[in-house]
Design a protein around this ligand. Structure first.
Ligand SMILES: [Zn+2]
Length: 311
């Protein structure tokens, strides 16, 4: 976890503290180079000159800025606005829409959308590789419109329940009192879900699922318990999937309430944003803010890559 022990409690304080570009840059440098400046061109850490508004590497002789290679690089949006946006995104439990951000920050909606997508991309490319352990609930859900809201000619048969004909499946694993791993999946067949499960949990984890056929095989490989939702069972002692279902409902309310609609193409980014928020729920707003800024060090993505990305 990366923090500087700064204390902000609201957006006004964030905006007052980061009153100019230089303050933002110094702060980013503190977060990015805790153990000293590293040249983003050649990796040199030895001799780096600090110039007026950038750095210069004594090794490769190239100048660079603290935003080099980050999501903030070459952005026409000032860093103060990026910081404000990151504060807004991380402190709103249900997220924030590009429309809201456009109004709050006085930037165009297109810029606001791009900024949000870049931040989500940064979250996504940060990999949390530690497998889940102890009791892990596993479940899948479907994101997409409901038939009752559609015009008659657009209704899709069997669009409810586990049919993926109309909705996008999202798969998730959550360690009780721990982290969540969630992602969009192609389908919810055993062949798709099994490799994800193997990769995401430890061998001795205790798995809780419902009776979906894809999960049946798990009993031969793991300590595994199933609740039979179709016969009205929801909780038998410790055996339930209420934690992951709570996450699904937060995700769905977020997507419906804040974003109204989400294209399949960008669903991953939204799921990741909610995953990030869930996984950092026990830290303070400032720590979450700094973590998100720190993630900004992920490779940057251009507007063209972003809109053409098949994510
Ligand atoms: Zn260098």
């Amino acid at each position: 976890m990366c923090t500087t022990n700064k204390k902000f409690t609201n957006l006004v304080e964030v905006m007052m503290h980061f009153s100019d570009n230089e303050t933002c840059k110094e702060y980013l440098a503190q977060l990015r180079w805790k153990d000293g400046v590293v040249c983003p061109h050649c990796g040199n850490t030895e001799k780096i000159y600090t110039m007026k508004s950038c750095y210069k590497c004594a090794e490769c002789r190239k100048p660079f800025s603290v935003t080099k290679g980050t999501i903030f690089e070459n952005s026409a949006i000032p860093l103060q606005k990026w910081f404000a946006a990151i504060w807004l995104i991380t402190s709103h439990k249900k997220g924030i829409s590009s429309l809201q951000l456009h109004r709050d920050l006085g930037i165009t909606q297109k810029s606001a959308w791009f900024l949000l997508q870049r931040i989500r991309y940064a979250v996504r490319t940060r990999s949390f590789n530690m497998p889940l352990t102890n009791t892990v609930e596993i479940d899948e859900t479907y994101i997409g419109g409901k038939n009752k809201n559609r015009h008659a000619d657009k209704k899709v048969e069997k669009s409810q329940g586990r049919s993926a004909s109309d909705k996008t499946p999202v798969f998730g694993l959550v360690e009780r009192n721990g982290r969540i791993v969630a992602m969009r999946v192609r389908d919810t067949k055993r062949a798709t879900l099994m490799p994800i499960i193997h990769k995401s949990v430890t061998k001795n984890a205790k798995l809780m699922t419902d009776e979906h056929t894809a999960y049946r095989m798990l009993s031969s490989l793991y300590d595994h318990e199933m609740v039979n939702h179709s016969t009205g069972e929801y909780v038998i002692g410790e055996c339930h999937t209420n934690t992951i279902e709570g996450f699904w409902s937060l995700l769905k309310r977020g997507i419906i309430g804040i974003y109204h609609n989400v294209s399949e193409k960008h669903l991953d980014a939204y799921v990741d944003e909610f995953e990030f928020r869930y996984n950092t729920k026990n830290i303070t707003d400032v720590e979450r803010f700094e973590n998100m800024l720190y993630l900004g060090n992920s490779p940057r993505i251009t507007y063209n890559q972003l809109i053409n990305a098949r994510t």
